[in-house]
Design a binder for this molecule. Structure first.
Ligand code: WTA
Length: 661
């Protein structure tokens, strides 16, 4: 092995301790392999057994997998159930009904608790309010909500009456919200007057007003407003209603509406490599089955655990592992309204101590920023808090670098807690490659092995399996229950984006590169192979940002966006922009850069703001006019240009593009 290779290979292995292994429901790697063998022998039977064990059916299914319309796979299609009944009603009359479902901590540190029985009453009441507004089975409802109990109640209430929810992250702009409302054809929008984050009161309802005023949202008949703060909000008569008014007089009993297994539980928009964000559509039964199963396997969850997933309900992690899996399992979970750095960067550790969190699931970006904070201020180092309650740690959303992994393992988990590095996507619905706590030996920076029942492989462009040690494209060769069903309103795009004909048309292309370790067969994700960036664990399409930039027609003639590695956010957005007029001086350049950043924030949201902007009177192009993105990536990284620039139409451009704003 060459020297360079050897530093890239992570050799440390952390097998489960005896205590972890004794706790686990799966007995060692032999138990894991037995599950994989069971799935390999008969995949539909493997999932059918678990769908019968883990879900409550209104009408039992008799068919498991229908692949007659592949890649539009259907699971358990002739069965009927209700997702909310599977998360709440099922616990009635069991000891779980008195268990705390949600411990909520607000931005300013106030704590409230809701038991399962109370949650069922609140969801039922909200479901009745939705019915009273005329929302019917199959209707779409948009949520634009802060992180809190109300968001989860609203999602569960939609599920209860068979309405399909579509949650839009509260950081997205009015324009982004309007596009989603229009695409999904929502009849109702649920929002809050304000959200509290980091001690600040940020408007939400006003952004909904702006979105609806942009037009194209005639489907929306009603806006329901949760009054999170005492601050007044502008009420549009005949359209808007406060929660208090909408809920007044509603009964807290509401029979769940049975839906088909394939009924769309939700649509969640995510960025792809081309065009506008895609509405990823998930089905009720398959989604619920796999989020619950993976919750139990990956985290080795048990009834006495206190689970805390820090993801917002605006992302898939908040759907799968906040709004559904913990409730389906009957778990106690913490929901946090605020941000990890307020009032200081010790907030997470303080909350773990306060609520005796035993399973803590967060993103590498958060860990990296808290490492940085602890390095410069000893008072926010995790050692200042008692973290003995922790049993399992989890990471999600982006690759976790081995240094951050080791810090998390030592300083937070005290070398007692396994870290499950869970690889999955909005489209996969649930974990697809991950260690199982107490079972899988861990290697920092590796998401290790596939979930039993998910057939993951690494292939080349023609679909041939890559040998271990060689990088390639990550694919899933067989359907799995929680897979994306289609792109809302665009089945052709679904087929094209995920099931390319070169791979035979029936193989799911994840869009990530990966490599397997020669000895262990462990997977390591090497990053996206398409034009999707991962900024602090949030997906952003380069095309989306480019379209936003060129939409600033008075200033911008052309734009190209690439990512570059960033210590804190994983990747950072770099925009190369051709202006319609020359930049006069540095101050002028800085002013234009600010205008463009504000513009992108307004078009998409603050998370899409380029970290770096460079101006040139052209972009590096080949003689045939293609933008040389590889070259731009090297420039963004600050690498010496080693590529062949002889095909470059305009080599002088490279000098200009050095200046960063
Ligand atoms: C990346 C988030 C490495 C990956 C659940 C994927 C990861 C994209 C990991 C999906 C991980 C997610 N290691 N990379 N453990 N988890 N990713 O749809 O590039 O927001 O394709 O789902 O995040 O992002 P999404």
């Amino acid at each position: 092995m060459s020297e360079i290779e050897s530093v890239l290979v992570e050799n440390r292995v952390f097998p489960p301790t005896a205590a972890q292994a004794a706790h686990a429901r799966i007995q060692g790697m032999a138990g894991y392999e037995a599950l994989c063998a069971e799935a390999a022998a008969d995949l539909p039977a493997f999932w059918a057994k678990r769908a019968r064990d883990l879900l409550v059916w209104h009408k039992p299914f008799t068919q498991t997998l229908d692949d007659s319309q592949a890649p539009f796979y259907r699971w358990f299609a002739d069965g009927e159930l209700n997702a909310s009944a599977n998360c709440l009603d099922r616990h009635l009359g069991t000891p779980v009904e008195r268990r705390t479902a949600i411990v909520f901590e607000s931005d300013d540190g106030q704590v409230s608790r809701v038991t399962y029985k109370e949650l069922l009453a609140r969801v039922s009441r909200f479901a009745n309010a939705l019915k009273a507004e005329g929302v019917q089975k199959g209707d779409r409802v948009i949520l634009y909500m802060p992180m809190g109990v109300e968001g989860v109640v609203a999602m569960q209430a939609c599920a209860r009456i068979g309405a399909t929810h579509s949650v839009v992250f509260g950081g997205f702009s009015a324009k982004a919200l309007q596009e989603r409302i229009q695409d999904v054809g929502a009849v109702l929008v649920i929002t809050a007057n304000y959200q509290m984050r980091g001690g600040k009161e940020l408007p939400l309802k006003r952004i909904v007003d702006d979105a609806l005023a942009m037009g194209g949202c005639d489907s929306v008949r009603r806006v329901l407003v949760y009054e999170r703060t005492a601050t007044a909000w502008d009420k549009v008569d005949g359209r808007d209603k406060g929660f208090a008014e909408a809920l007044a007089g509603q009964s807290d009993q509401c029979a769940p509406t049975p839906v088909d297994a394939e009924h769309p539980l939700f649509v969640l928009y995510t960025s792809g490599s081309t065009g506008k964000p895609k509405g990823v559509q998930h089905a009720t039964a398959g989604f619920l089955l796999m989020v619950r199963q993976t919750f139990e396997w990956t985290f080795d969850w048990a009834a006495d655990d206190v689970f805390w997933c820090t993801a917002d309900i605006g992302w898939i992690t908040g759907h799968s592992y906040v709004a559904y899996a913990p409730l389906a399992a009957g778990a106690t979970q913490v929901i946090f309204e605020g941000v990890p750095t307020y009032p200081d960067a010790g907030r997470f550790w303080q909350m773990i101590e306060r609520h005796k969190v035993s399973i803590f699931y967060t993103a590498p970006t958060a860990i990296r920023s808290l490492i940085k904070a602890a390095d410069s201020d000893a008072t926010v180092h995790p050692r200042n808090w008692n973290l003995d309650s922790l049993r399992v740690l989890g990471s999600v959303g982006e690759p976790i670098n081995p240094e951050a992994w080791m810090w998390f393992y030592r300083e937070v988990g005290h070398e007692r807690c396994p870290i499950v590095d869970t690889f999955w996507q909005t489209e996969t619905g649930a974990h697809v490659i991950t260690p199982l706590a107490g079972v899988t030996p861990l290697v920092p920076g590796s998401c290790t092995l596939p979930m039993p029942g998910v057939d993951v492989a690494i292939v080349d462009e023609s679909g041939q399996d890559m040998p271990k040690g060689s990088g390639g494209m990550l694919v899933i060769r067989k359907p799995w229950p929680s897979m994306i069903r289609t792109i809302w309103g665009d089945p052709e795009r679904f087929k094209k984006a995920y099931f390319p004909p070169e791979l035979g048309g029936g193989v799911y292309l994840a869009g990530d590169g990966a490599v397997r370790d020669v000895k262990t067969g462990y997977f390591r994700i090497t990053g996206r192979i398409d034009d999707v960036l991962n900024i602090s664990g949030h997906r952003m399409g380069t095309m989306e940002i480019e379209s936003a930039l060129v939409a600033k027609t008075d200033l911008v003639a052309e734009a190209a966006v690439v990512g570059r590695p960033d210590d804190l956010t994983g990747e950072a957005i770099c925009a190369f922009v051709v202006l319609k007029r020359p930049v006069k001086d540095a101050a002028d350049g800085a002013a234009i850069a600010k205008t463009l950043r504000d513009w992108v924030a307004q078009e998409i949201g603050p998370i899409a703001k380029p970290k770096e902007i460079r101006f040139g009177d052209n972009l590096p192009k080949t003689r045939s006019g293609k933008i040389m993105r590889r070259l731009l990536r090297s420039l963004a990284k600050g690498d010496a240009i080693t590529q062949d620039t002889s095909t470059l139409e305009n080599p002088a451009i490279l000098g200009q593009l050095d200046q960063k704003y």
